[in-house]
Structure formats: C-alpha cells, structure tokens
Ligand binder design. Structure first.
Ligand code: HH2
Length: 275
C-alpha cells in the first residue's frame, strides 16, 4: 500500500501533494513502482493534530480518487474516520476504507461500509490524534491491542460487514511509546490468530527516529528494516511512502522466506487484497 497524503501538514509528505495534479502523479508513480493499493488521505493524524472539517477533507481527496479511478486499475483506499468522506470517496471510485478509529469516531461508518460492500481496515489507537502521545499506558500492550481488534471485528460483523472484507492493523505510533511499538512488532505473528490479514504502517515513523535520532527524511533504512521484519512476522500489507525501495527489499525478503511473488499476487501467504 502506497501513501498519498493530500494535506498541508502530514508528518513526512505534508504539502508535497496538496495540489491534486501532483497527488495524482504521485499515486500513479506509486502504482508504476509496484503498489497494489493507493491510500489517499486528506487529514493528517500525526500526534497533536486537529481534525479537518469533512467538507475540506472531501475537497482534497475526492477529485484525486475520481481521476485515479479513470487512470489505473489499482485498488484505492481512503484514509478517513468520517462516514461522509468515506461515502464520497467510495462513490468516486475507492473500494476500501482505512479507518484509524476502527469505526469508533463516526457511528455511521460501519453501516456505510456494510451497505457498500467495501473493504475496511480496522486500526488500533489509544485516545485521539490530539492526545494519543501524551502518556500512553498499557498493562499488556499486545493483549490489549489484540482484544481491541477482536472487539472491533465483532462490531463490524454485527453491522453486516463480511469477514473477508476486514483487515486489521495494530496502529504503530498511535498512542504508543517506542517500547510499545517494538513489543507490537516483536509479537506481530500473534495478530494472525484473529484470522484476517494484518496491515502495518511503520513508514518513517517516530519510533525509528527515536532509535536512530534522525528526522523523517532520514528514516528510509530504518523503515526498510522494520517493514521487512514485519513481513517476516506475518504482515500481509505494508503501508509505505517509499516505493520502489521497499518493494525491492520486500521482494528479496519474500524470496528468502519462500513466498516468491508472481504477477503481483503472493503465494503461500494470505492475499493482500481486501476483496
Ligand atoms: N499511519 C498513518 C496514517 N494512516 N493508517 C493505517 N491503517 N495504519 C497506519 O499505521 C497509518 C494509517 C500516519 O502516517 P501518514 O499518513 O504518513 O501521516 P499523517 O497522519 O501525518 O498524514
């Protein structure tokens, strides 16, 4: 999954793709470099960030998604917590909703996704983007994140979403200390027990910066290390900014792991496609 943030303030690519023409070019180049899914977002959720009004978020993402639908067969996901934005994005051609609140911030989200037949990514977050990094606390981070995801899967199923439409994500960096993130990555394989593909977003995140004492622009190698180890521990999807560097690293890692890809679909692993 390649990331396109149509925002002025995302922690890494903020302002690069606010212009829709640049966002579309960026998305197409991610696809050309091997992304199976393009994740289009119109709201930064970096620590301390404030929500963006739905109208503004739609104004950012909908034209980009509509243009991409015309120009590529790649799957398009919309990174939003708002049903109104998701609905407009699905109408414009997205087929997956990536909801970092796992359907908790907007009570209309799960029914909307159920009615549309879209895929849904359920991510764990403690708190909200505004507050999540103030003092994250867990007794047992792996068990608590896993229980949360199991509960959100049940909520999604109860609202009528089909199990095969669900993807789960432990939410690296969302209400977690460096140690919490490392524990989640160390124990990623246990999330496979929930029976759905696991997505991981480590790309250029601050735990890498804290380990290496480097800014987001200098975190590519750290991202590659984290992405490859996440893959080895059972991640089926990697949400990344850097194609093709990650793709090359992943292709070699998959060959070593005996999961060689042919024509874009993995063998011997769960499919990365949501539906
Ligand atoms: N991380 C970010 C945003 N959306 N979605 C999922 N499912 N998993 C993640 O780990 C994840 C996500 C944060 O990264 P980015 O979009 O690059 O930054 P910002 O929130 O500042 O736009």
């Amino acid at each position: 999954m390649g990331v396109v943030n149509v925002t002025p303030d995302s922690f890494y690519d903020g302002g690069f793709y606010l212009d829709p023409v640049r966002a579309i070019e960026r998305a197409l180049s991610l696809v050309a470099d091997g992304a199976d899914i393009v994740d289009v977002g119109g709201e930064s959720t970096r620590p301390g960030s404030d929500p963006v009004p739905a109208e503004e978020e739609k104004r950012r993402v909908v034209p980009v998604i509509a243009a991409l639908r015309e120009r590529t067969d790649a799957l398009i996901s919309v990174d939003t917590t708002k049903a109104e934005v998701a609905e407009a994005a699905l109408a414009a051609g997205a087929s997956i909703v990536n909801d970092i609140s796992a359907g908790r911030f907007d009570p209309r989200m799960l029914p909307l996704v159920a009615g549309s037949g879209a895929g849904l990514i359920l991510m764990h977050m403690q708190g909200t983007p505004k507050t999540m990094q103030i003092n994250p606390h867990y007794e047992d981070v792996v068990a608590e994140v896993k229980d949360f995801l199991a509960e959100r899967m049940e909520a999604a199923l109860a609202s009528g979403i089909r199990r095969e439409c669900l993807v789960i994500d432990p939410g690296i960096g969302f209400g977690k200390t460096v140690d919490h993130n490392l524990l989640l990555l160390q124990n990623l394989s246990s999330f496979r027990e929930l029976g759905r593909p696991v997505l991981v977003g480590v790309s250029r995140k601050s735990f890498i910066g804290r380990i290496l004492n480097l800014e987001p622009s200098e975190r590519l190698e750290g991202t590659i290390a984290a992405a490859v180890l996440a893959l080895e521990r059972g991640a089926s999807l990697l949400r990344v900014h850097d194609l093709p560097a990650i793709k090359r690293a992943v292709t070699v890692a998959e060959a070593i792991l005996g999961r060689t890809r042919s024509s874009g679909s993995p063998k011997g692993t769960q499919t990365p496609y949501v539906h």
